[in-house]
Design a protein around this ligand. Structure first.
Ligand code: SF4
Ligand code: SF4
Length: 77
């Protein structure tokens, strides 16, 4: 699995900061509503995520976790 983010949807307040901060513009506010009644953030194109952490660092509610793809194991020699 490649890089990706996970949004804790019920922590999200739909402020959109992660949307504007993502250098790849792959975070959007989705159509679905969370328990607080906000449109929460979703990643739309994980394939393009560079795991830069900008979204996670920017989120005032610490709702985003970034998962970086494991490096391929080096072959011996
Ligand atoms: S880790 Fe970086 S590239 Fe990936 S969604 Fe967050 S801000 Fe965008
Ligand atoms: S910055 Fe955090 S609270 Fe704001 S929309 Fe993104 S995930 Fe939700």
């Amino acid at each position: 699995m490649g890089n990706r983010i996970e949004v804790d949807r019920d922590r999200c307040k739909g402020c959109g900061l992660c949307v504007v901060t993502c250098p790849r513009q792959i975070v959007e506010l989705g159509k679905e509503i969370n328990l607080k009644g906000y449109h929460y953030a979703v990643q739309v194109d994980a394939e393009r995520c560079i795991a830069c952490q900008m979204c996670a660092v920017t989120c005032p509610d610490v709702a985003i976790t970034v998962y970086r793809a494991p490096k391929k194991a080096r072959t011996a020699g």
